[in-house]
Design a protein around this ligand. Structure first.
Ligand code: LLP
Length: 448
């Protein structure tokens, strides 16, 4: 997947350039913007907006491309999809049917993965603060592996597993102290980040773990950050350290069964280079290949990001003192990435006529009462009167899952398309559901 050559002038990609590198999206003279074979106008007419729309074919293709690249490099690799990126039940079911395992970080994600049919023996539990309740459930389900992030957590797992008469298969998540060169809020592998065990402590902790009841040490893990698009150097540096650690573990005569390489492979939102899964497979092969151990990967964004769009309507087009504002019915409570990480998402009109319209700069904003509720500034877009639809691109990862009901805006509906079919795969939250959990205390007339 080549990205358009835009770096020189810094201009945003044109509509045609955005479409050219997103094979599931196409423009039809009568039906406007399509995801797979389904006009987005049809979905909006049936389901309303804002609505998340996912392409099942894209999910499958990307999963298969990654699996193929790993296999092509001669790696014995398991893919554990990072459920946090998109927890929709249908998305999980599509990936489960492809054979994906799951990387989970909470009881909710464990339940969702199991509900989607991912076997417990294919589930890895990551996270810096697993609660006792969550660990109990993981042990009761006998999941494949727990990635422990501290000596304290290892002690807790040992005590819990022993008291339950279980053996926990534990890997140590190592913080390799490399800079993945990504946004500060999503970098995880530097020594001052909260994640993992310091590299220098990992060997002693691994050896200690082998002496504890209720624990079987099975491997080491790392995850250096997310949206990595600047080449493989950071991955190589991190994996080289893991290889060093594996050799040291073996030199101590300790057993090790596998290496978890984490996730993080980025996608082009604007004009970033598109890292190829073959490059990641090559980096793993080059650094870890001669150890003869199976590897695991925990990709989230790379698989689901490009598979989704957020469909929204223009509520009003307003001329401010100095700028044109397009106010959509989607807001930062739906897609928070621009507000939280200054993320750039492509925005396409949906109606065929809008594609031919004269372009002028506009800020695309939501109706929430914060200036941070801005999706894009100075974006070249046509005149878009109220009711016109737009699609925010690459919204399949860290989109719906990060939504809130801020400003008492219900969670948006989710739809899956495949070929010419579409189906609602999560209902729009009703006002009853959103408001119904509030209670009055007895002294204000509530029922105790
Ligand atoms: N494994 C672990 C332990 C993780 O913490 C993460 C993501 C992944 C795997 C999957 O990473 P991916 O392949 O998706 O990069 N909300 C942010 C991204 C947060 C990533 C958190 N951890 C965003 O919208 O950019």
């Amino acid at each position: 997947m080549a990205s358009p050559a835009l770096a020189l002038d810094g201009a945003d990609p044109s509509f045609a350039e955005l479409l050219a590198v997103r094979p599931a999206l196409s423009l039809h003279a009568h039906d406007g913007l399509l995801l797979e074979g389904v006009p987005l106008q049809r979905i909006a007419a049936a389901v309303g907006s804002p609505t998340w729309v996912y392409s099942a074919t894209t999910l499958r293709r990307r999963y298969q491309a990654l699996a193929g690249a790993l296999k092509g490099a001669g790696l014995n690799a398991e893919i554990h999809y990072a459920v946090k990126a998109n927890t929709n039940r249908a998305v999980l079911a599509v990936l489960a049917a492809e054979g994906a395992g799951a990387d989970i970080v909470s009881e909710g994600e464990l339940r969702a993965a199991r509900q989607a049919g991912i076997p417990a023996g294919h589930i890895v539990f990551s996270g810096v603060g697993k609660s006792e309740r969550e660990l109990r459930l993981a042990l009761a389900e006998d999941i494949q592996q727990i990635n422990a992030e501290s000596a304290e957590e290892i002690a807790m797992i040992s005590a819990l597993a022993s008291s339950l008469g279980r053996t926990a298969r534990v890997a140590i998540r190592v913080n390799p102290d490399v800079d993945a060169g990504t946004h500060a809020k999503i970098t995880t592998g530097k020594s001052d980040n909260k994640f993992g065990v310091a590299f220098d402590d990992a060997l002693a902790l691994y050896a200690h773990m082998a002496t504890l009841p209720g624990i079987e040490p099975v491997g080491i893990a790392t995850h250096i950050g997310s949206q990595i698009t600047n080449g493989m150097a950071a991955y190589r540096a991190a994996y080289a350290r893991l290889a060093e650690l594996v050799r040291a573990i073996r030199a101590r005569g300790l057993p090790i069964q596998r290496i978890d390489c984490g996730g993080g492979l980025g996608i082009p939102y604007r004009d970033e280079p598109a890292p190829a899964p073959e490059a990641l497979a090559g980096a793993i092969k080059a650094t870890l290949g001669d150890l003869g151990l199976p590897v695991m990967l925990e990709p989230g964004r790379w698989i689901v990001g490009p598979a989704g769009v957020l469909l929204a309507s223009i509520v009003i087009q307003k001329r401010g003192a100095t700028r044109r504002f397009l106010v959509t019915d989607a807001a930062m409570n739906d897609l928070v990435r621009p507000a939280m990480y200054d993320a750039w998402h492509g925005i396409l009109p949906v109606a065929p006529a809008a594609f031919g319209g004269a372009l002028s700069l506009a800020d695309v904003v939501g109706p929430v009462c914060e200036t941070g509720d801005t999706f894009a500034r100075d974006r070249a877009l046509p005149d878009l009167p109220p009711g016109e639809l737009v699609a925010f691109l690459d919204a399949g990862a860290y989109g719906a899952v990060m939504s809130s009901t801020y400003n008492l805006r219900p969670l948006a509906a989710e739809v899956m398309v495949e070929g010419e079919r579409f189906a609602v795969v999560r209902d729009r939250q009703s006002y009853e559901a959103m408001l119904g959990q509030g209670r009055l205390p007895p002294w204000l007339g509530g029922v105790s």
